[in-house]
Design a binder for this molecule. Structure first.
Ligand SMILES: Cc1cc2nc3c(=O)[nH]c(=O)nc-3n(C[C@H](O)[C@H](O)[C@H](O)COP(=O)(O)OP(=O)(O)OC[C@H]3O[C@@H](n4cnc5c(N)ncnc54)[C@H](O)[C@@H]3O)c2cc1C
Length: 408
């Protein structure tokens, strides 16, 4: 006999996983998802460029947790209970096969986020989850050992257990349901953004990618290695998104201004670069410097870097001299670019900050402040770098919350 009710606020990845898990774990609970939008799983729909990067092929919880600038230590225990292998198995059990791309990102073999939406909708219906769209929650009262959930349609729904899975709180107002129930938020700021650089030669090279560069922010410990993309507003690509994630708070405090250093040849030592350049001076002395790029730097980027080093376009290797050699080495290893702001990364963005993890029992995802209240997903102060890590945090925290809510 159904006797108790779980209300899930938020029909996104974490809310669905929490509701499906609780409803399929215990028949004694009835689960209801309340979604304020007109459609469920809207972010899943647009995620991964419409393909949904469901998770990342890293099967060791400790190693996986290193991809979370916020929540790294706290996630290890949670991931030991529901990790990437469990996500892959869960989707396989529900008819969805995931494939691994060469950078480790995992997508449905259909390359369509609709596959994930259909799967979650069917799983929720099969588990008997009740679902309502256009039903926002305005405020929640604690009444004796129950919750009174006030919706935008002026209904009051009683709940024995409540899961808040309302997503990233880009503004503190979006975390207000948690604060009404006694929680505090660590200050929300954006993560996963691209950087503005006014330098004309960078913008002129929009579209150029380099497979591996090392990027650091002058005066800080921030340093990341990976692919970069030059854009008509500055810099993007995985290495910039990683810098933006690890430096989300710091960059916010710096008002997104600073000096970025790029090493275009991170796998080359200074000694070997000098001998490569000396070799050119000897063997290609009559050739113009600007016309002889050094692999893996492309011809266009090489020309821009040589010009940025102040070497005239008609200068030959034989005429480079000590100073020319020195500035070329400096530019190749330490191009300094002033950062003037940030832009939204349209492919994926998340909020750094949210419900403080010290206020949540990370074995159950239950509030330490308000018994019966549970949390999952991006509303928590957990966020990952780009690559499927944010959905994995939603699946993991949703599953653990769902399991815990279903146990009397
Ligand atoms: C463009 C884009 C692409 C992305 N792509 C990827 C990707 O490929 N892989 C990846 O790992 N991550 C990706 N992310 C991040 C990922 O989408 C989120 O981390 C994830 O969706 C968080 O899930 P959630 O359920 O916590 O929150 P959401 O998915 O944000 O769901 C929260 C839901 O709660 C609802 N809600 C909020 N307040 C209320 C209320 N008061 N009452 C009722 N309902 C409410 C919202 O309408 C929303 O539907 C992407 C993000 C963006 C913006």
């Amino acid at each position: 006999m159904i006797s108790r009710k779980i209300v899930v606020v938020g029909g996104g990845a974490a809310g669905f996983f929490g509701a499906i898990t609780s409803a399929s774990t215990s028949p004694n609970f009835r689960a209801l998802i309340l979604e304020r939008g007109s459609q469920f799983l809207q972010k899943v729909r647009i995620s991964g460029g419409g393909r949904c990067n469901v998770t990342h092929a890293c099967f060791n919880p400790r190693e996986l947790s290193r991809s979370y600038p916020r929540g790294e230590n706290e996630l290890i225990g949670l991931l030991r209970r529901f990790q990437v292998q469990d996500t892959v198995q869960w989707f396989a059990d529900h008819g969805v096969v995931l494939k691994i791309e060469k950078d480790g990102r995992m997508f449905p073999t259909t390359d369509s986020s609709q596959t994930i939406i259909d799967c979650l909708m069917v799983a929720a219906k099969t588990a008997g989850v009740e679902m309502r769209v256009n039903c926002g929650v305005e405020h929640i009262e604690r009444h004796e050992d129950r919750f009174l959930v006030h919706t935008t349609s002026h209904e009051v729904i009683e709940a024995d257990r409540l899961l808040l899975a309302t997503g990233g709180c880009r503004t503190p107002a979006l975390g207000s349901l948690a604060t009404q129930l006694g929680h505090t938020l660590s200050k929300p700021v954006p993560s996963l953004f691209t950087l503005h650089v006014e330098t004309p030669w960078v913008r002129a090279l929009a579209g150029v990618t380099v497979e591996k560069v090392e990027v650091s922010l002058h005066g800080t410990d921030l340093k990341e290695t990976g692919p970069i993309l030059l854009t008509h507003w500055g810099l993007s690509g995985p290495v910039i998104l990683r810098i933006s994630a690890w430096g989300a708070r710091l960059l916010h405090d710096l008002n997104y201004k600073g000096s970025l250093r790029i090493n275009w040849l991170p796998d080359t030592s200074e000694d070997s670069l000098r001998s490569l350049l000396q070799e050119r001076i000897k063997l290609q002395s009559a050739k113009r410097v600007v016309n002889s790029p050094l692999a893996p730097i492309s011809a266009r980027l090489w020309e821009a870097l040589v010009t940025a080093a102040g070497i005239p376009s008609d200068r030959r290797w034989s005429e480079l001299g000590r100073n020319g050699l020195h500035t070329l080495v400096e530019t190749l290893f330490h191009t300094v670019l002033p950062v003037t702001g940030k832009s939204l990364n349209k492919d994926e963005f998340v909020t750094c900050g949210g419900v403080k993890l010290t206020e949540v029992d990370l074995k159950t995802m239950e509030s330490k402040v308000c018994p019966g209240l549970f949390f999952a997903g991006e509303l928590l102060d957990i966020d990952g770098i780009t690559g499927g890590f944010n959905f994995q945090a939603a699946w993991t925290s949703g599953w653990v919350a769902g399991q815990s809510m279903a146990h009397p």
